[in-house]
Structure formats: C-alpha cells, structure tokens
Design a protein around this ligand. Structure first.
Ligand SMILES: NC(=O)c1ccc[n+]([C@@H]2O[C@H](COP(=O)([O-])OP(=O)(O)OC[C@H]3O[C@@H](n4cnc5c(N)ncnc54)[C@H](OP(=O)(O)O)[C@@H]3O)[C@@H](O)[C@H]2O)c1
Length: 318
C-alpha cells in the first residue's frame, strides 16, 4: 500500500509517500481502507518532534474515513464493507495517512449514509473537541452566550455550528473575510480579532458565559476581562507553552473557571464519536472542506494547516 511517512523529525519536507506492507488487524481492531484522511495541527506536532512517537519511520494522521476490509478477533460491531470514520490515531506512529490502517474499535464509528468520506475524515478531532469542550466541560445551555475564538479554524467553525444548534447565542472572532460565512453557519456576531476595541465590542453585545479558547497563551487574561461572572473558559490550543495572567484579581472577582483539555483524555471516545455521527447525520454540524490534497502533496497540506488562513478543513485523498 501507499503511505505517507517520516524517517526523521523536521519540517514538512521530511514527509514522503512510500510503498510499504499493509498492516493486519489484531484482536479488538478493524482494518480500514482509507478513502480520505483529515489534516489537523496535531499531525504536524508528531512530525516535527514536538510530540513523541515511539519509533521511526512513522505514519502521521489522526483522522480518517473509509471502508472496513477486515476485522480482528472479538469484533462484532463492524464487518467488512461498513463505511466508517475514525479518530485518535498517529501517536503510535501508525496514522491515517495510509491506504490501509488498523484502528481499535472504540476509535471508529459508522459514517451515516449520505455523508462523504471527505466530510467524515474532516470531522473526528474537530467535532469531537467542540462536543467535549462545549457539552462535557462547559455544559453550555440554550440561554447562554458563548464566544468561539478562531472561529474560521477547524475546531472553531464546527463549534459555531454546534453552539448554534444547542440554541446558545454565538459570538465569534475571525478575520473580516470570514464574517458572512460564519454568520451563515450560526454566529450571531463576528468580531475581527485584530481590532483595538475587541474587548469592548464583545462586552457591548453581552459578556460570554462560556469561551472556547484556541490561543490560551495570548488570551488568558482577555478571557477573564470579557467573560461574564462565573465564565467557563475551555482552553484547547496554544502557540507557545507559557500563559499568564496580568490581573489575577479580575479572574478572582469574576470566579473565572479555566478548564484545560485534550480530546483524547475523554473517558469514552466512542460515545463522543456516536454523537459526532448524529450531528453529521442531522446536518446540525457540517464540516467545510476548504481543499483536498493527494498523499504526494501531504507536505503542502501540513504546511498550509499551520501557515495559511482558511475556513474549515484540509483533507488528503490517497
Ligand atoms: N486540546 C485538544 O484536544 C485540541 C483538539 C483540536 C485542536 N486543538 C488545538 O486547537 C488549536 C486550533 O485547532 P484548529 O484545528 O482549529 O486549527 P486551525 O484550523 O489552524 O485554526 C486556528 C484558528 O486560530 C485563528 N487565529 C490565529 N491567530 C489568532 C489570534 N492571534 N487570535 C485569534 N485567533 C487566531 C486562525 O485564524 P486565521 O485563519 O485567520 O489565522 C484560525 O481561525 C490548535 O492549537 C490545535 O492544536 C486542541
């Protein structure tokens, strides 16, 4: 089979498309013929060496979708021919940027009829994270206001849709060219994050009860400043490894709650994937595919996911 691998850590140019042996499913796993693989920032962290893989060469890729071709012993929930999507791969060096991949059954869910492999491959990490953040951690309610930071991003644009489907009032930050599309996805107000009066503009329309934060290192204090009393700030992303407050008293006086999270700490990932499948099936959440790439262009895809600005997701097609 063809697979994208890296033999050393480094820039995207270390990614190579190679011919290697197909893997064999073991007990409790399924072998999936990958039709599409989602591209996420986390894929680049394994390639660069920021996150460890147990051995090299390694295949990156957290998300994917395709058809089951074989099942390991003890697997009864799936059979060959089933259309599925999957998430949480890559950390063991056997990710989804491959024509075939072995996946534990609790990291696979049925792809609803009518949902394309591209959409399924785009969904796992970002819709799962939005669900875990807004539902499990923040317990967002229909009477509340939520602020989604980085709203045109992979997580942000599906979080806007999820929050709107929950009935919440949705505030979002993104560059100006994305404002109309984010409003059509469910945002009530969209703010450019580079405006000088951002905090005032947000609080003028109503301080958020919940904030989904994608740049913790830059906005830790900002979130305390703009949040309502008791604001729940769910922190999912950071550009650097340091974050600090410059006015602790503001956070104290508002009883601010910061919840840091990683999707893959979820105690029951398969339950989250079932919810993701239901959201795709109902069209409450529709991941937007900005662009597709071939495996041979995986280096461009990993470069673009970090360096380019776009709305939605990048997807590899083998
Ligand atoms: N904890 C978890 O489980 C988890 C899960 C998924 C993702 N993450 C992390 O969450 C972050 C976002 O992931 P993603 O997939 O949504 O990435 P993404 O698609 O690259 O989106 C990043 C978003 O942040 C925006 N942004 C850039 N600079 C900003 C700034 N100074 N202020 C506000 N927004 C800014 C980007 O806007 P432009 O396009 O205009 O630059 C874009 O909308 C990443 O750090 C990722 O590693 C964590």
């Amino acid at each position: 089979m063809r697979a994208v691998r890296f033999h050393e850590h480094g820039s995207p140019s270390v990614l190579q498309c190679e011919s290697i042996e197909s893997p064999t499913p073991t007990a409790g796993t399924v072998l999936v013929s990958v039709r599409a693989a989602g591209v996420n920032p986390v894929d680049t962290y394994f390639r660069s060496g920021e996150y460890a893989v147990p051995a090299l060469p390694a295949i990156p890729g957290t998300d994917g979708a395709g058809e089951i071709v074989a099942v390991g012993s003890g697997v009864t929930a799936f059979e060959p021919g089933d259309r599925v999507f999957l998430t949480g791969l890559g950390g063991d060096g056997s990710g989804s940027y491959a024509e075939e991949v072995v996946v534990p059954v609790d990291q696979v869910a049925t792809l609803p009829d009518g949902i394309s492999f591209e959409t399924g491959a785009a969904a796992g990490v970002v819709v799962g994270t939005a669900w875990r953040a807004l539902v499990d951690h923040a317990a967002l309610t229909a009477t509340e206001t939520v602020l989604i930071q980085g709203a045109n991003g992979g997580v942000g644009h599906v979080a806007v849709q999820l929050a709107a489907s929950m009935g919440a009032r949705v505030l979002a930050t993104a560059r100006e060219p994305y404002h109309d599309r984010l409003e059509s996805l469910g945002a009530d107000h969209v703010f450019s994050y580079d405006r000088d009066d951002l905090a005032g503009a947000i609080t003028n329309v109503g301080a958020p009860d919940v904030i989904l934060e994608t740049f913790v290192d830059e906005y830790l204090q900002f979130d305390a400043d703009v949040g309502a009393n008791g604001v729940r700030v769910v922190c999912i992303g950071n550009a650097t490894n340091e974050a600090s407050l410059t006015a602790v008293n503001t956070a104290k006086n508002k009883d601010v709650r910061y919840q840091f999270m990683t999707l893959f700490n979820a105690p029951d990932l398969s339950a989250i994937l079932e919810r993701v499948a239901a959201l795709l099936d109902s069209s409450d959440v529709v991941p937007q595919i900005e662009r597709t790439y071939t495996f041979e262009d995986a280096d461009d895809a990993q470069r673009d996911v970090l360096e380019e600005s776009f709305l939605g997701k990048l997807v590899l097609i083998p």
